[in-house]
Design a protein around this ligand. Structure first.
Ligand code: F6P
Length: 357
């Protein structure tokens, strides 16, 4: 008999339910007697003992369902060791609830911040197995996270739709893509959607190079331009500022995001109409794409397998087309950014994509 706690933490994404289903089905299918405790709204549920007893049937019919049946929230790692407003020690509360409930292990689904806390709990002696979720694909130790491919599909669909209207009107369009501090999502959706210019945080942009690329297209007879801009894209000048200086600049800016600032700058420089489209949280919403359903099921199955073998302190990841286990210690606190020298960027440049550099 195994008692398993489960939680989803951080921003949601597609295939969280598919991954949890993969874990539970694997455990049930092994013939092991299991009890599942689903903590509600991320680590908050574990801290404040908010949970539901779940059975196998709760995990039926959820393969294709977006969001998370457990709910989620952000519990920043930065303040995890600080007492809450009532003076409660959050880490001790999590440990105490884990032991009080007699858990054999805790399954945690999350991204970067979530993994830092998972690693902390593991070091504090809890049996933890994690699964890599995020549309940003920025988690160290895995080539891919689930949610990413679904978000690529949605952002690509947005660029596709913008393409037709941009072409009809002969306009410059900016599509702002999520991805936090990295450009995986923007690069992949940008390439899939045939964006002419792709701006990612890993390659700071020079406005003049962007204008040159737009003008070159016009000279060659293309009267519209599609620019895929990562929400974290940054100019060469801003990349030289300290984090504090950058935050100060952003606070003072009249633009809600980098895309609107760029639109203004490009419009002034070219005299052309520039429109901005922000698909925003739609990129995290809806049903997981088939790739993510399969991928999350595979990751979940391996997490179940690790639990059956009693192997803890690992994230289940994906390396060189294999499902692998990676020590939480190796994953926690590291960001997986794009290498500006990566083959995919070189190939994109070969086909004429400008990165504004
Ligand atoms: O980490 C996923 C993500 O969607 C990022 O791409 C984005 O920067 C952030 O979360 C948005 O966070 P929130 O949902 O809290 O607005």
């Amino acid at each position: 008999m195994k008692r398993i706690g489960m939680l989803t933490s951080g921003g949601d994404c597609q295939a969280l339910n598919a991954a949890m289903r993969g874990v539970v089905k694997t455990l049930l299918n092994s013939g092991e007697q299991i009890e599942i405790i689903g903590f509600l709204d991320g680590y908050r549920g574990l801290i404040y003992s908010k949970y539901r007893m779940l059975s196998g049937s709760d995990f039926s019919g959820i393969l294709t369902v977006g969001g998370t049946i457990l709910g989620t929230s952000r519990t920043p790692f930065k303040t995890i060791k600080d007492p809450d407003e009532d003076g409660l020690n959050k880490v001790e509360a999590m440990k105490s609830n884990y032991h009080k409930l007699g858990l054999d292990c805790l399954v945690v689904l999350g991204g970067n911040g979530t993994h830092k806390t998972a690693n902390l709990l593991s070091k504090e002696g809890l049996n933890v197995v994690t699964l890599p979720k995020t549309i940003d694909n920025d988690l160290w130790g895995t080539d891919m996270t689930f949610g990413f491919q679904s978000a690529v599909d949605i952002a690509t669909d947005c660029i596709d739709k913008i393409h037709t209207t941009a072409s009809s009107h002969g306009r410059i369009f900016i599509v702002e893509v999520m991805g936090h501090k990295v450009g995986w999502l923007t690069l992949n959706a940008g390439l899939a959607g045939g964006a002419d210019i792709i701006l990612i945080p890993e390659i700071p942009y020079d406005l003049n190079k962007i204008i040159d690329a737009v003008n070159l297209r016009m000279k060659r007879g293309s009267h519209f331009t599609i620019i895929a801009v990562a929400e974290g894209a940054i100019s060469v000048e801003d990349s030289k500022l300290s984090k504090k200086e950058r935050l100060k600049k952003m606070e003072k800016s009249k633009f809600p995001s980098v895309s609107y600032e760029l639109a203004d700058q490009i419009s002034q420089a070219t005299g052309q109409e520039v429109r901005v489209t922000v698909p925003g949280h739609t990129q995290r919403g809806g049903s997981p794409c088939p790739y993510d359903r399969v991928f999350a099921t595979r990751l979940g199955a391996e997490a179940g397998n690790l639990i059956l073998k009693g192997e803890y302190g690992f994230m289940v990841g994906y390396k060189s087309r294999e499902i692998v286990k990676v020590s939480l210690e190796d994953v926690a606190g590291k960001l997986k950014a794009l290498d500006p020298e990566a083959g995919i960027i070189k190939e994109a440049k070969m086909v004429g994509v400008s990165f504004g550099d």
